[in-house]
Design a binder for this molecule. Structure first.
Ligand code: URP
Ligand code: ZN
Ligand code: ZN
Length: 481
């Protein structure tokens, strides 16, 4: 029994106790009794966070991200996140089912529940066919990289084909929106001019390359008649594309990261190479104008989800890029810090209400991924993924005390106020203040049903391009035809 707390959901705030039995919430009410009691007095009791964008032990840029499923999910739990969604990445030419088997192996030691997005990294009849099997296995989202030319990137024709396939299967495409051709050109230009430091990473990926790709993906999705989810939305141009599309009635979702909301591009001017390289991720950190736009998007609802894109690399791995910024593995951590950082910079400053905090860290993505109310809810029958949030607990973020195995933290030194007192993962107490009680292997795969297979496009494109043969008058035909 979770006693004496104030329940905060995406919809409302009220005082009540919660009774958990096994995996589930079985009763919500006053004066309940249970065998074991967790004291939630002075706390907010919220649905556990869902981080829909993590890369655990991912092969990438000649290495693999340092935190595995056990470490990553433990880091999540320590910060109130009870479910993660990782990206299964077939190598170009590799079968999706083969890649999925590898990911299933890797996620066996997860401490909290997890799911996968499947990446479309190449296109063929085999991929077309396998997408059905992937959906049958409970994966209803397909990721497309518009960047990382020569590696993961897909072209527009491949994206269009895949988006149409998603529409037919009731699945949703995701895109990493950056124009990979232009990034590659800018990288070569910068290198040839002797700009090889981590600051050049940001110059090679200005907001325009993201805005262009976001607009392009939105138009392609509309032509394919499918909703679209744009990961790590980091700039005003991409946000505006999303907002404009939504105003026209398109189902387009945007996901800012906690890093982009709270850290800016001045990080790359740090004279310490390691400091700057440790912040190299794509898209790069932006200036205040872009940050303000992202916050406004969360407030107004034009952006729906705050994620981390947790993709941690050690100091040694980052140093692969000494002398050539294009070889610095792209990615930063954040899983443990997402909820405390967003509470501190969002709720405590008045930029977000507590209910909006729950919406953008948990409930919205549960609905988008079609796993609500199993996840993302405090309701009888829902999974007991619960965070008992103490708004008065504080700490200074430090790599020396974090779960992640990397030696640094991009939020180092930041004071957060608002931390879990308890985190429950499917009924098990995983975190009790600073004590970690999770068992590796407790986490289970969460399958996600497809949506209805027809997501009508709003654009008139299909009608315009439907072949309509015009009957010509033979007497008006040019001679000799
Ligand atoms: O820099 C990043 N974001 N690394 C992880 C892979 C990706 O693009 O999401
Ligand atoms: Zn990405
Ligand atoms: Zn990512």
């Amino acid at each position: 029994m979770i006693k004496g707390g104030t329940i905060v959901t995406a919809d409302r705030t009220y005082k009540s106790d919660i009774l958990v039995d096994g995996d589930k919430i079985i009763e919500i009410g006053e004066n309940l009794s249970g065998d074991e009691t967790l004291d939630a007095s002075e706390c907010y009791v919220m649905p556990g966070g869902i981080d829909p964008h993590v890369h655990l032990e991912m092969p990438f840029m000649g290495t693999h991200s340092a935190d595995n499923f056990e470490i990553g999910t433990r880091a999540g739990l320590a910060g109130g996140t009870t479910m993660v969604v990782d990206f299964c990445l077939p190598e170009p030419g590799q079968s999706m089912m083969e890649a999925l088997a590898i990911w299933q192996q890797k996620s066996g030691a997860a401490c909290a529940d997890y799911s996968y997005h499947m990446a479309v990294t190449w296109w063929s009849e085999q991929v077309f066919n396998e997408m059905q099997e992937v959906v049958d296995r409970g994966i209803n989202t397909f990721k497309h990289f518009m960047a990382y030319k020569g590696a993961l990137m897909v072209d527009d024709d491949e994206m269009f084909a895949s988006f149409q396939r998603c529409a037919a299967l009731g699945a949703m495409p995701l895109v990493h929106a950056e124009n990979g051709d232009i990034v590659a050109t800018m990288q070569q230009k910068l290198l040839s001019e002797g700009n090889n430091g981590p600051e050049a990473h940001a110059y090679s990926r200005p907001p325009e390359v993201e805005g262009e790709a976001a607009n392009r993906a939105i138009m392609i999705a509309d032509m394919a008649g499918v909703p679209l989810y744009i990961v790590h939305t980091s700039c005003e141009q991409a946000h505006e594309a999303i907002r404009r599309a939504r105003q026209k009635g398109m189902r387009v979702y945007g996901e800012p990261l906690i890093q982009h909301l709270t850290l800016d591009d001045s990080e790359y001017s740090n004279p310490n190479w390691d400091h700057a390289a440790q912040r190299v991720m794509s898209p790069p950190f932006r200036n205040k104008q872009h940050q303000d736009s992202l916050w406004a998007g969360l407030q107004s609802g034009s952006l729906q989800v705050v994620a981390t894109d947790h993709c941690a690399f050690t100091i040694e791995q980052k140093r692969f890029g000494v002398g050539d910024f294009t070889r610095i593995p792209n990615g930063t951590g954040g899983l443990e810090d997402r909820m405390p950082m967003l509470w501190t910079t969002g709720v405590r400053t008045g930029r977000l209400t507590m209910n909006e905090f729950v919406a953008v860290t948990s409930t919205n993505i549960a609905k988008i991924l079609n796993i609500y109310p199993k996840k993302g809810a405090i309701l009888e029958g829902a999974d007991a993924d619960i965070v008992v949030w103490d708004p008065n607990r504080s700490k200074t973020i430090s790599a020396s005390r974090q779960q992640s195995c990397v030696e640094y933290n991009v939020f180092e030194g930041k004071e957060v106020i608002g931390l879990p007192r308890f985190t429950l993962t499917r009924g098990k107490v995983a975190i009790e203040e600073s004590t970690i009680k999770v068992e590796p292997g407790h986490g289970e795969f969460v399958g996600r049903e497809p949506n209805a297979p027809v997501n009508a496009a709003l654009s008139k494109w299909k009608e315009i391009t439907a072949p309509r043969k015009v009957e010509r008058r033979p007497d008006l035909m040019p001679a000799g035809v």
